[in-house]
Ligand binder design. Structure first.
Ligand SMILES: Nc1ncnc2c1ncn2[C@@H]1O[C@H](COP(=O)(O)OP(=O)(O)OP(=O)(O)O)[C@@H](O)[C@H]1O
Length: 262
């Protein structure tokens, strides 16, 4: 089976600075990855690469078996689902939740004059049920809480039945109860074998859901460590990534990190 993501010797340079340098990385179909790193590490740049949004300055990026530069990105993008704060900002606040979700099948935000078939309507209803927002389908996006908006965005990202799902800081800005509820839903998604390959970016180990199989630690545009999560999230590797002594612990599939008291 071809990898879902295959990066070889990838660098991204802007204004003479290497935002990413010499990144080699492979994501397989059954993988669920978390990418962790401090502000400015290059996490968003990496997601832009693997969502076919930007091209590398050097190296090769192969997504879903298609090499970037040799494929029409407009054919590739519907095969990749993504949520991020930047995409959320583009959703019209007056649009209904049902329309926000279903309009992804036409790669537009919000409904215009498209005709949806029964399968589209059924899939949108199924996803709203899965993300527990079915009762909100007639509400406008602008009236939702932050936690409800995150769930609607994930349902929208899954609408095209993508082969790769990218979640950029899905739990950012949620209160404790909202975070725990969303992380639990993401755990169900990650543990479901029928889910697409998953790549989730976060700053906080507490936001890693159950079912995540792999971790990448990123700092200053380079990979500090990447591989099976229990081999990667060690005190030493995490301390090196964030530049301070940290202790990592794990219980019942969840992770925490705290600074060592001097
Ligand atoms: N177009 C650009 N030109 C120059 N520098 C850029 C450009 N875009 C991003 N950068 C810089 O590249 C670095 C990596 O940015 P990126 O957004 O990928 O980091 P990040 O890990 O997602 O950070 P955060 O956790 O704060 O969101 C940052 O220092 C940023 O200022």
């Amino acid at each position: 089976m071809a990898p879902v993501v295959d990066l070889a010797g990838v660098s991204v340079v802007r204004g003479g600075n290497a935002l990413l340098h010499n990144v080699d990385w492979r994501v397989d179909e059954s993988d669920r990855w978390v990418i962790i790193g401090p502000n400015g590490a290059g996490k968003t740049t990496l997601l832009q690469l693997i969502s076919a949004t930007i091209h590398p300055s050097a190296g090769t990026v192969t997504l879903l078996g298609e090499r970037m530069g040799a494929v029409d990105v407009f054919e590739l993008r519907p095969r990749i689902g993504m949520t991020s704060a930047a995409l959320a900002d583009r959703i019209p606040r007056a649009e209904s939740v049902g329309n926000v979700v279903i309009s992804a099948s036409y790669a537009v935000i919000g409904r215009w004059n498209e005709k949806y078939d029964v399968l589209d309507l059924k899939r949108a209803a199924f996803l709203m049920r899965q993300l527990q927002v079915e009762h909100l389908s007639k509400r406008t996006f602008g009236t939702l809480s932050e936690g409800e908006r995150k769930r609607v965005q994930i349902a929208r990202a899954l609408m095209t039945d993508p082969e790769l799902l990218l979640l950029d800081e899905p739990a950012a800005g949620l209160d404790l109860a909202g975070r725990e509820a969303l992380v639990d839903t993401l755990g169900d998604l990650a543990e479901d074998e029928s889910s697409p390959a998953l790549v989730l970016v976060t700053h906080h180990l507490e936001e890693i859901p159950r079912g995540i199989t792999h971790a990448m630690l990123l700092a200053e545009g380079g990979i500090v460590a990447a591989g099976p999560i229990h081999e990667i999230l060690t005190n030493d590797a995490l301390s090196a990534t964030f530049g301070l002594p940290l202790v990592v612990s794990t219980e019942a599939g969840r992770w925490t990190a705290r600074a060592v008291r001097r």
